[in-house]
Design a protein around this ligand. Structure first.
Ligand SMILES: C[S@@+](CC[C@H](N)C(=O)[O-])C[C@H]1O[C@@H](n2cnc3c(N)ncnc32)[C@H](O)[C@@H]1O
Length: 254
């Protein structure tokens, strides 16, 4: 077994609850369950779209990190967008446009998707992927540092955003969240990805906090201090092919 696959297995094991690991070493791993769910649930125009898959291959060929959301998470975003009848979505962190593709696909043809990315290479590959997938509405890709772009961003002419997906650097996540609240409609949704980080967000975690973990703790503190005035928020832990992580989901109350 190569060291890469050994590491991958370790990550899968770590994503299992400790009781399961100890009592049932042959229990299916969360990744195997993800594979099953994908085989049953992926939709031909979303997670099973061959152009979306080609987009990931193009990203891999260009050595772009494999840190996009999973297809099941992509379909979760699409479901949220459809269920709230979102017309305008903002994304912070495009990478090669995989999540952007799920967002665009779920929007009506008169919808709008703005996506912010700091890397020229990621932006270039993302645009190629958008063209290949024939996305409509075509995503507006804004190249630059997320916070600078956000501060300059005005509300779309038709009104505020209905949903904002925050999936970039975590050290500025509190500021991304606050700026997002300015741009979001009442009742709109914010999703913050990678918000659990295998439990390292806990102040009692034995690991020294990275700047990403410190950024997330700042956001959790901000939400605690808001005390329900501005947002109603939940945190959902996830396992699966992306190991143990999760997301914050919030709706704007005022
Ligand atoms: C986790 S990836 C986004 C994955 C993407 N949402 C998907 O699921 O397909 C994070 C992206 O944020 C970008 N990024 C990191 N720091 C940034 C910043 N300060 N401003 C804008 N983009 C940033 C990275 O270049 C990377 O492409």
């Amino acid at each position: 077994m190569s060291s890469v696959s050994r590491n991958q297995d370790k990550i899968k094991d770590d994503a299992l609850p400790v009781e399961t690991r100890e009592k049932a070493p042959n229990a299916p791993t969360p990744s195997e369950v993800d594979d099953y769910l994908c085989s049953k649930l992926l939709h031909p125009n979303y997670g099973k779209d061959l152009n979306f898959k080609k987009g990931i291959e193009r990203a891999n060929e260009n050595n772009i990190p494999k840190i996009q959301i999973s297809p099941l998470q992509g379909q979760f975003l699409s479901i949220l967008i459809k269920s709230i009848n979102a017309e305008r979505v903002l994304e912070i962190g495009t990478l090669a446009g995989y999540s952007t593709s799920f967002i665009s696909r779920a929007l009506p043809s008169n919808g709008q998707i703005d996506t912010l990315e700091k890397s020229e290479l990621h932006s270039k590959i993302a645009k190629e992927n958008f063209l290949e997938s024939d996305l409509f509405p075509f995503p507006n890709l804004h190249l630059g540092l997320g916070l600078n772009l956000l501060k300059k961003l005005n509300l779309p002419e038709e009104g505020p955003y209905d949903l904002i997906f925050i999936d970039a650097n975590k050290d500025q996540i509190k500021d991304y969240f606050i700026e997002s609240l300015r741009l979001l409609r009442k009742g709109g949704i914010i999703i913050v990805d990678n918000a659990i980080r295998r439990g390292k967000i806990l102040p009692s975690s034995k690991d020294d906090p990275t700047i990403d973990v410190e950024g997330l703790r700042d956001l959790y503190d901000w939400i605690e201090n808001d005390n329900g005035k501005t947002v109603l928020t939940s945190g959902i832990q996830t396992v699966g092919e992306k190991s143990w992580d999760g997301f914050i989901i919030a709706t704007k109350l005022i």
